[in-house]
Design a binder for this molecule. Structure first.
Ligand SMILES: NC(=O)c1ccc[n+]([C@@H]2O[C@H](COP(=O)([O-])OP(=O)(O)OC[C@H]3O[C@@H](n4cnc5c(N)ncnc54)[C@H](O)[C@@H]3O)[C@@H](O)[C@H]2O)c1
Length: 342
């Protein structure tokens, strides 16, 4: 800790990395952004200039040896999460790790064990759990406002065409991992129970030009789940939908229902003489969850400084990865998958 502030290092200065970086740089009073890591020097230097951060590294190991760094935010492609989190724990740095936590359950176990052994915090970046509406919904459920929860539905659809590295499902774990992780976490959180059974269907409807080379690739997926306590749930995920960023949740109880999600980017609504209404659709997760990212980063700092358990843990990350793996199995083999005991 330097000047009473927690020193933060961002590992991976891409799309999501820059959101965390800007939060830590501008508006989190008890933390300061000390360093940026990216193997692409140009990316790292551009980010450091934009954020006015002095220290730039191209190898995360150098950042982990930096004594002014107390905690790291791991925002690299998922395939590197395990390796970096293990090294961070060994160096005694607290970790905020982006979703999906890792490529498989066993990697998640390694990460949880390493952070526990080193006595450092491990928080998973399911930022929707810090969104004001999500938090209110959870409180209303706990207070019994909609009776007992019966069904949880969640969807996420992204506008942009998938990145080429996503085409190989064995390497990327597909849309269930990249897009669906948040929905899987929302299902578990609002149901307050673990998923024990699932069935997935999906297909490639928008990227047909790569279908021959990557026959397993899917850009649309729907998952039906059963929870340990008998509740039901479903989620759907899609990439390349073009119309906008669409993220909504519905929680049905015995005495009511909760709807979450905002489809419009701004409040403007324009009526024209052809009797049409015009309203800009939500464009990006960056706008919809801007405040949630900030609240998540603030809470990470508070957890470390107040020595308390993060609100979203390694176990939450692992349970989502477990469902992703089972969902991909259901897609490739067909049929219902029953998940074993934890
Ligand atoms: N919470 C969310 O809603 C959300 C949104 C987007 C991405 N993500 C997650 O964040 C992670 C990064 O995704 P992105 O979209 O920002 O990717 P990106 O491709 O935009 O950025 C990744 C960056 O990591 C860098 N990198 C690669 N290997 C590295 C290494 N070994 N050490 C340090 N940096 C390395 C790359 O050069 C790149 O600049 C993924 O796990 C993704 O699933 C989460």
């Amino acid at each position: 800790m330097k000047q009473g502030k927690l020193g933060i290092c961002i590992i991976g200065a891409g799309r999501a990395g820059m959101i965390h970086a800007m939060n830590f740089c501008r508006s989190i009073p008890r933390a300061s952004l000390r360093a940026i890591v990216d193997p692409n020097r140009e990316t790292a230097e551009r980010a450091a200039k934009e954020l006015d951060v002095e220290q730039v590294y191209t190898d995360y190991r150098e950042a982990l040896a930096d004594e002014t760094v107390d905690a790291v935010v791991v925002v690299t492609p998922t395939v590197y999460h395990r390796e970096i989190v293990l090294a961070a724990a060994a160096a005694g740095k607290h970790v905020l790790c982006e979703k999906p936590m890792a490529m498989n359950e066993s990697e998640c176990d390694d990460m949880i064990a390493a952070c526990k052994a080193a006595g450092v915090k491990l928080q998973l970046a399911f930022m929707r759990r810090f969104d004001e509406s999500f938090v209110t919904a959870k409180r209303q459920i706990d207070e019994g406002l909609i009776g007992e929860v019966v069904l949880v539905k969640s969807l996420t659809r992204g506008p942009s065409t998938p990145q080429p590295w996503m085409y190989d499902i064995r390497k990327s774990n597909g849309a269930l991992a990249e897009v669906g992780s948040h929905d899987i976490d929302a299902l578990r959180w609002f149901a307050g129970s673990e998923i024990t059974e699932l069935y997935a269907v999906g297909g490639n409807y928008r990227c047909r030009e790569i279908a021959e080379e990557y026959p397993d690739f899917y850009d649309n997926v729907a998952l039906t789940v059963r929870f340990a306590d008998g509740k039901s749930g479903s989620m759907d995920g899609a990439m390349g939908v073009q119309y906008g960023y669409d993220s909504r949740v519905e929680i049905l109880g015995t005495e009511g229902v909760i709807f979450l999600g905002q489809t419009h980017e701004r409040t403007i609504l324009t009526a024209t003489r052809d009797k049409h209404l015009h309203r800009p659709f939500m464009n990006s997760w960056r706008s919809l969850y801007k405040e949630a990212y900030w609240a998540e980063d603030c809470d990470f700092v508070d957890c470390i400084l107040e020595d308390r358990e993060p609100r979203v843990t390694g176990l939450d990350g692992k349970m989502a990865v477990r469902v992703v793996e089972a969902g991909n199995r259901s897609l490739s083999e067909g049929g219902v998958i029953r998940l074993g005991k934890i």
